[in-house]
Design a protein around this ligand. Structure first.
Ligand code: C2O
Ligand code: CU
Length: 439
């Protein structure tokens, strides 16, 4: 009610909400396709959107509506979920919760009211362990109402693939091994479908680099040594204080937006984006600086958090809901991943009131990783293992490490039934999902 009153006031306050009726349209066709990896002389069969790996970058301006027509050309049902977007619940793309599956040959139209600028992504929410892994994913960017003068706006969608020597995707999903460990980790890492791409820039340029982890299960810890870098947004929303990029952990689903200024004297140099999450360092991509005269560096302030949830609101609040994360016997695969010992769809669900601050505690009783994601909301990390650890930004996905306990705070703002799940797809497919009803 409260938020509706505010909305009415806002609408009255703006004499002409000029953008509200602006619509743009896009088309997504999930289907079978092929992709050229550099390791093979032949194409690898994949599933993709519009025959592209990754799918097309969808773009819209904050305050407008993006209409996406999905035409399912796969041989199985699918759906499209808009990860991180806070939209009308009916458009959230979760079969069995917000819509029916889109059957083969059928269409579904999503109407997305884009309220906040930021970096988001889309992927199926059905048989996700397989559909995501075969290549169905893409990035959605909501542009600021006022364009910022970056020299360039670059998207790097991180992914990994488990490929066989014959050039095909390893066709067994949610295997016992994947289920007992941290899901399906691939043996080939790509950025925008390419192995170790190089971005060529000029000295002096100021770049917005949007990094998205679209992998099934792999976690990345990116470093880009030698360049002045600030993290300006996390999970699609501006931070309140700019932070260093080193050691930022990107779980499946997470995004960071980086503000990188190429120094005037960097001509001829090459910088590497490396992943240091595991003991083995992986080079993800390179930034190559042309050996030429510097261009003028655009000067401006990147956006900062607006309407940020005050951590203080949660201080005296008791924990509203605890979800214990652990493995159980049973379920579809014999090994289930449970929240409070229950498996989706027989989950231990929650109901929260709109506008009321909520504290959620995730207790990981297992020795595996669980990047927990909540649809239709953003939240703040407040505590890790009983210690205050308030992050200067909000997220929609947080990694709960082995035996770790994390407390988050959120204020439900959007009515509907929103799922919450582990973003390691094998864990989610094996039951690690629940839902939050907001009314
Ligand atoms: Cu990336 Cu349920 O979502
Ligand atoms: Cu998990």
């Amino acid at each position: 009610m409260f938020s509706r009153v505010i909305l009415v006031v806002l609408l009255l306050g703006i004499p002409l909400n000029a953008l509200a009726d602006v619509e743009s349209r896009a088309r997504l066709v999930p289907g079978e396709g092929a992709h050229q990896f550099p390791f093979f002389d032949y194409l690898t069969p994949v599933w993709s959107y519009n025959d592209q790996i990754p799918g097309p970058i969808l773009r819209g301006k904050a305050g407008t509506t993006l209409v996406v027509d999905v035409d399912n050309q796969l041989k199985e049902s699918t759906s499209v979920h808009w990860h991180g977007l806070r939209i009308d619940n009916a458009m959230d793309g979760v079969p069995g919760v917000t819509q029916d599956p889109i059957e083969p040959g059928q269409r579904f139209t999503y109407r997305l009211r884009l309220e906040e600028a930021g970096t988001f992504w889309y992927h199926p929410h059905l048989n996700t362990g397989e559909q995501l892994e075969r290549g169905l994913k893409g990035v959605l960017i909501v542009d600021e109402r006022k364009k910022l003068p970056w020299s360039r706006d670059v998207v790097w969608l991180l992914d990994d693939w488990r490929l066989r020597k014959d050039g095909t995707i390893y066709p067994y999903f949610n295997t016992r091994h994947d289920l007992m460990h941290d899901g399906r980790w691939g043996n080939a890492i790509t950025v925008n479908g390419i192995v170790k791409p190089t971005l060529t820039v000029s000295p002096g340029e100021r770049i917005r680099l949007r990094i998205i982890n679209g992998a099934n299960a792999r976690i990345f810890a990116g470093t880009l040594a030698g360049l002045p870098i600030q993290v300006i947004a996390v999970d699609g929303r501006p931070v309140s204080t700019f932070l260093a990029f080193d050691h930022f952990i990107l779980s499946p689903g997470n995004r960071v937006d980086l503000d990188i200024t190429i120094p005037d004297d960097a001509g001829g140099r090459i910088f590497q984006l490396e992943d240091r999450f595991t003991r083995r360092t992986h080079i993800l991509g390179r930034i190559k600086v042309k050996d030429e005269k510097p261009v003028k560096t655009p000067q401006f302030e990147p956006p900062r958090a607006r309407g940020f949830i005050e951590a203080g609101i949660f201080e005296k609040l008791p924990v509203t809901k605890t979800w214990d994360l652990n493995a159980v016997r049973g379920g579809r695969y014999g090994i289930g991943w449970a929240m409070n010992n229950r498996l989706w769809p027989e989950a231990d669900k929650a109901t929260f009131k709109i506008g009321q601050p909520i504290k959620i505690r995730f207790t990981n009783s297992s020795t595996r990783l669980h990047p927990m994601h909540i649809h239709g909301a953003f939240f703040r990390v407040l505590e890790i293992n009983g210690q205050p650890e308030v992050e200067p930004f909000t997220r929609d996905t947080v990694l709960v490490g082995p035996r770790e306990t994390i407390v988050i705070g959120l204020i439900p703002e959007h009515e509907g039934v929103w799922v919450a799940h582990c973003h390691i797809q094998s864990h989610a497919d094996a039951g690690m999902m629940t839902s939050i009803k907001v009314d």
